[in-house]
Design a protein around this ligand. Structure first.
Ligand SMILES: NC(=O)c1ccc[n+]([C@@H]2O[C@H](COP(=O)([O-])OP(=O)(O)OC[C@H]3O[C@@H](n4cnc5c(N)ncnc54)[C@H](OP(=O)(O)O)[C@@H]3O)[C@@H](O)[C@H]2O)c1
Length: 337
């Protein structure tokens, strides 16, 4: 069997695509052939494993050239092209929300439900979860396993890098050049907080808020009840989340810390006396870990109420590039490619 990795990367020039290339190099994942693909950057090149590789046109690319494809180019591109790649024999990892809620498409965080990948028999479409969901579930998983999470409420403080390269440019231009015309966001983002991520749905929640609900139920446990408020903040990179959860078993602050500590991919930063807690500016610098601090516990009747502060690099880390690369690694280690 051919074990070489022939990777098509759709969206190689994007915020996430660039970090995927950086992670593949950092982890010494040997790519036999890389096909960087795009739209407006066709003809430009990406630097990868000591080579300059020209970005090709996705519309004229032969999908059978790749045995694994990462779609990092948004929903409409994935909708038009992703299944064609699967039919041509490629495993496809899609970072958009296009397929996440389809029953036959696995939604994967390798540390939580990566075993689903081991059971795939043929090339398949695999969805990468939303950035806010991935970092949150990395922390909730050990708590849920030990203390049984019944309910959580989360408020997110999401960086502009989560909306892509045009949003990063919009915050820079509003902040440093004084341009106030919003194009990517519905309101000015500089010096502001916008309580809207993605579109509004009929139930008055935004789609981003419902992604947290749908994806937690699909990945972790359908019995958990969830309410979310997602806000966009003028932070370049790194999503933060204030989480309040209720558990069915009693747990002190120390017990929750012990339960989370040692979880691969999660770093506890919680020493209030020494002002130690995570912030996006300090922790979201091409870091793979999800950081958790400000851990508090209260016993209310028969519940344990817990509050947490969770920060992660939404582009490089679990929210996007890292999780996609880990899916690729799991497909390799389980001999799919
Ligand atoms: N940023 C995050 O934190 C984050 C987190 C989780 C998931 N995601 C998802 O990751 C994906 C990429 O996001 P991003 O932040 O990297 O966006 P981005 O910076 O705006 O980049 C978009 C990429 O898509 C490519 N593209 C657009 N239209 C195309 C087309 N018709 N054919 C081929 N390529 C096309 C662009 O190529 P050209 O430049 O060549 O036009 C560019 O490389 C999206 O699905 C997003 O939802 C992002």
């Amino acid at each position: 069997m051919d074990k070489s990795i022939n990777l098509a990367l759709i969206g190689a020039s994007g915020v996430v695509g660039q970090k995927i290339l950086q992670l593949l190099e950092k982890k010494n994942i040997r790519i036999n052939k890389l096909f960087p693909l795009g739209k407006s950057t066709v003809g430009q090149s990406v630097h990868f494993q000591n080579e300059d590789i020209v970005i090709g046109d996705m519309d004229s690319f032969d999908p059978s050239e790749a045995n694994i494809t990462i779609f990092s180019a948004g929903s409409s591109v994935a909708k038009t092209h992703a299944r064609k790649f699967v039919e041509s024999g490629s495993y496809v990892v899609d970072l958009s929300s296009e397929f996440r809620y389809e029953d036959d498409v696995p939604l994967i965080i390798p540390e939580i439900n990566g075993d689903i990948l081991d059971d795939l028999n043929d090339p398949a479409l695999i969805a990468n979860p939303n950035c806010s969901t991935s970092q949150l579930l990395m922390v909730l998983k050990p708590i849920h396993d030990t203390y049984g999470v019944n309910f959580f409420n989360v408020a997110t403080y999401q960086a502009v890098s989560g909306t892509g390269k045009e949003a990063v440019a919009e915050l820079k231009s509003q902040t440093f050049d004084g341009n106030s015309e919003p194009k990517v966001y519905p309101k000015p983002i500089a010096f502001n907080v916008i309580p809207q991520c993605d579109i509004f749905l009929d139930n008055a929640f935004t789609k981003e808020e419902m992604k947290l609900v749908w994806e937690t139920k699909k990945i972790l446990d359908p019995a958990i009840e969830i309410q979310a408020t997602c806000a966009r903040v003028p932070v370049m990179n790194g999503h933060s989340e204030a989480v309040f959860l209720k558990c069915s078993k009693k747990a002190s602050r120390e017990e929750i810390i012990n339960c989370i500590e040692g979880t691969p991919g999660v770093c506890v930063m919680d020493d209030p006396e020494n002002l130690e807690y995570p912030t996006p500016l300090e922790q979201a610098n091409d870091s793979e870990d999800v950081y958790v601090g400000r851990i508090r516990s209260q016993q209310i009747q028969n519940d344990t109420w817990i509050s947490l502060w969770v920060v992660a690099d939404n582009v490089y880390g679990k929210g996007a590039a890292l999780n996609a690369v880990q899916i690729l690694q799991r497909l390799v280690s389980s001999n799919k490619i």
